[in-house]
Design a protein around this ligand. Sequence first.
Ligand code: NAP
Length: 273
Amino acid sequence: MSDETVLITGCSSGIGRATAEQFLDEGWTVYATSRDESDIADLDESGCRTATLDVTEDDDVARVVDRIEDEQGGLDCLVNNAGYGLYGPLEDIPAEKLHDQFDVNVYGPHRLTRAALPLLREAEGTICNVSSVQGRLSVPGAGAYSGSKFALEAMSDALRAEVDPFDVEVVLVEPGPVETNFQDRAATESDSLVPGTEYDWVYDSIEDATTVSGSLPIAVTPAEVATTIHDAASVSEPDPRYPVKRFARLAVATRFLPDSVRDSVFRLVRRFA
Ligand code: NAP
């Protein structure tokens, strides 16, 4: 059992919810947060401390971190999990939607990190950023989402070196497809775009991916991702990156292919679409 404290964003479903349950099972004091606190009332009943936190709202972030300081006096782990996927051909994505994507997936973790670092420094704690294999590999239709996760990866690499003198760890967890609501939100976001006439094959591949990817045999469960996050937060010298299970390890390795080979594969996909 542990006497440590963790703050997790995006606990209403999927990976965030499973991560709150996992840390609670391991005896941590868990601050589980969600945009709508009523979505996590059951986590409150299970023993989590719950709070409203929209990662795009500075006031929410400050209020929750202040509360943790008041109640616990410190913080051992921050899990930046909240996020969603905006899929679509880049020509069809308005700047405002791209901004919203980065506001949640990039500026959100940055807001939380800045607010929590004084407490994490004190505790020599861990920041765990939930990225994706698409934070290492960008494919047609995923430019906005991949752009946000590549940014999260780049910022995590810089931050790791910056906070190294304080013994604060920064890790990236990189799942492939996970059985969550992620694809539902991705489909809604994609449907909200006004399609141009040029990219039917991109929309078709997005539709195929959002329909099936969560139920593919390669998909992992939220609990498996939660275990990876908990393990990364619990070891004294974590790896910088944790691709989750075999498919994710293979997928991130494809970034070592020459760009021309990857482009040829995308060309083939387009021809057969
Ligand atoms: P999910 O079930 O849709 O959960 C996403 C969570 O993020 C929800 O709790 C959602 O809350 C929250 N969220 C969205 N916008 C927010 C905001 N502005 N402020 C606070 N919370 C917000 O999907 P998931 O798969 O668990 O996704 C969790 C993370 O895993 C994301 O960062 C995602 O990019 C990453 N990931 C997912 C997959 C996958 O295939 N599922 C693969 C790789 C990486 P609401 O209920 O309020 O919207």
